[in-house]
Design a protein around this ligand. Structure first.
Ligand SMILES: NC(=O)c1ncn([C@@H]2O[C@H](COP(=O)(O)O)[C@@H](O)[C@H]2O)c1NC=O
Length: 526
């Protein structure tokens, strides 16, 4: 076999066209015809080409076999597939084609039935199954395999390239290989979507062969959306990929500079924090940790309270809101250097107010974060876990156990519940002090809980710590942590409990007359 030189172009004389998405088809067919290319096509594709005044041979005429079974069999025929798969570099293949009376194809243009869109429309299982394209992927894969002889196009956005190549003597091997790669990516993503739908798993990622609910095969595909300027640091290349499920990765940017890698990770953390609360909530994040979380009667009030937690750190922060941003809130934000603001929407005038600052990135991302699972890579593998969400059991104060002290009133319990929920947004070991529905002191990311307690108290300051409501994301292993909170004068503490020294921990609170509740639920966040 002699390898075709990379730069050698293969002229296009005969094309097979079978497309579900018929956008740009008429112009393409006219262009192909004008360049002297013979067209062979399926049912309604052929009808549209003919209607555009372009001569076309129906596949049925080629195969001598009618399209049948409601379109389940159209192109699945040796006259089609031998025409696609013959390796034109091999004299023996050329001879076999001649003996069999099969004419080869130089170009295959196919796009597939809209399986994903049909599933998303809520169609019946039978209707979804009917949209699993069989003949299309077969042609695409055959043409891509045989890229030394055939060019394959799966995306109408490539039609201009086809017309340009025609005028230029055809595609060279490098271009055909690139088209083949695109074609296999297209069928691979299509098959993953079909496989995941069949698995019908809660994760949407694939089938579980046992009762773990976790897929045996982690099947999801991502398409590159943007190349980012750099990653976490300037020497790291980075890009944003989307998996077609919406969310932050597909947020609409309404204003400002291009999002950076760190902007994305902080914005993700900010949305996670803001959407934990049912009241209007604002979370301000720096380096994935909150420098302020607060709820209010409206978003402007929530923002004032969140900002007041730590105005120094909020400089250059990332803000997430769980409600549309009002003009009043926008006026406040416009006064503070802010990297990103993300919200489900913006009220009239809010974007214009925010846009007074050239650089602030203004994002619209409708809906709460909804990914059912989180995937983290480790060297040589990946970890998948169900996404941590607030639990109906342990995160509901109605289910908490009063370990010691006076039971809180409903208003006080709501304060402690706010602290508990807000603490979930803090990197472990996490301690959060709150007052009036706002964080006032946060101790984050320390390698022991005592230091997190010290940090939370120090950041709150004496006055704000006194009478605050304290939450810990995981149990206190020793009484030393709570002792710091107690010494600072907190009113109540909530923590999961479950340490072998719970008794000593509870005793410390008891002696000081501080109320302590146990949730039975932990929220590590790393
Ligand atoms: N069954 C087959 O032999 C077959 N061959 C081509 N198709 C698909 O039929 C569609 C085009 O059909 P039409 O030209 O009738 O609109 C394309 O999306 C193509 O991928 C087929 N359909 C499904 O498998």
């Amino acid at each position: 076999m002699t390898a075709t030189a990379e730069g050698t172009k293969r002229p296009i004389r005969r094309a097979l066209v079978s497309v579900y998405d018929k956008s740009g088809l008429e112009e393409l067919a006219q262009g192909l015809h004008a360049a002297g290319v013979q067209l062979v096509s399926t049912g309604s594709t052929a009808a549209k080409i003919a209607a555009a005044g372009v001569p076309v041979t129906k596949v049925e005429e080629l195969t001598g076999f009618p399209e049948c079974l409601d379109g389940r069999v159209k192109t699945l025929h040796p006259r089609v597939h031998a025409g696609i798969l013959a390796d034109r570099r091999l004299p023996d293949h050329e001879k076999q084609l001649a003996d069999l009376g099969v004419e080869p194809f130089d170009l295959v243009i196919v796009n597939l039935y809209p399986f994903r869109e049909t599933v998303a429309s809520g169609a019946t299982p039978d209707a979804c199954v009917e949209q699993i394209d069989i003949g299309g992927p077969s042609m695409v894969r055959a043409a891509a395999k045989n890229h030394p002889s055939v060019a394959v196009v799966v995306n109408p956005a490539r039609y201009d390239d086809v017309l340009r190549a025609l005028a230029d003597g055809g595609f060279d091997l490098v271009a055909r290989k690139r088209l083949a790669a695109e074609a296999f990516q297209h069928t691979a993503a299509y098959d993953v979507a079909v496989a995941s739908w069949f698995a019908d798993s809660a994760t949407g990622y694939g089938a579980a062969d046992d009762d773990s609910g976790l897929p045996d095969f982690l099947g999801t595909t991502y398409e590159r959306k943007n190349v980012l300027r750099y990653g976490e640091n300037p020497h790291q290349g980075a890009a944003l990929y989307v998996n077609g499920r919406g969310g932050l990765a597909e947020a609409e940017q309404l204003h400002g500079k291009e999002m950076s890698y760190n902007n994305y990770t902080d914005t993700d953390a900010a949305r996670r924090a803001a959407y934990d609360h049912t009241e209007p909530c604002v979370a301000i994040i720096k380096h994935a940790n909150p420098c302020g979380i607060a709820v209010g009667l409206d978003v402007a009030e929530a923002h004032r309270k969140a900002h007041a937690c730590d105005p120094v750190s909020a400089y250059g922060g990332v803000i997430a809101v769980n409600r549309p941003v009002s003009a009043a809130m926008a006026e406040q934000v416009a006064e503070i250097f802010t990297e990103v603001i993300v919200a489900p929407d913006y009220e009239d005038g809010a974007v214009e107010i925010l846009s007074r600052k050239k650089n602030i990135r203004v994002l619209r991302a409708p809906g709460a974060p909804a990914d059912p699972v989180e995937v983290k890579t480790v060297d040589g593998g990946a970890l998948l876990q169900a996404t941590d969400r607030l639990q109906a059991g342990g995160d509901d104060p109605a289910n908490w156990t009063l370990a010691t002290g006076e039971a809180l009133s409903a208003v006080e319990l709501a304060e402690l519940a706010f602290a508990w929920k807000a603490c979930r947004a803090v990197k472990s070991n996490a301690i959060l002090l709150a007052k009036d529905g706002a964080s006032v002191g946060v101790g984050m990311g320390q390698v022991n809980r005592v230091d997190s307690c010290k940090l939370a108290v120090q950041r709150a300051g004496e006055e704000r710590a006194r009478g605050a409501y304290a939450a810990s994301d995981a149990f206190f292993p020793f009484p030393d942590g709570p002792e710091i909170l107690i010494a600072a004068g907190v009113k109540a503490i909530v923590q999961p409990g479950g340490s072998i020294r719970d008794e000593q921990v509870v005793e410390a609170a008891e002696q000081a007359g501080v109320t302590m509740y146990l949730t039975g639920t932990r929220h590590f966040f790393h």
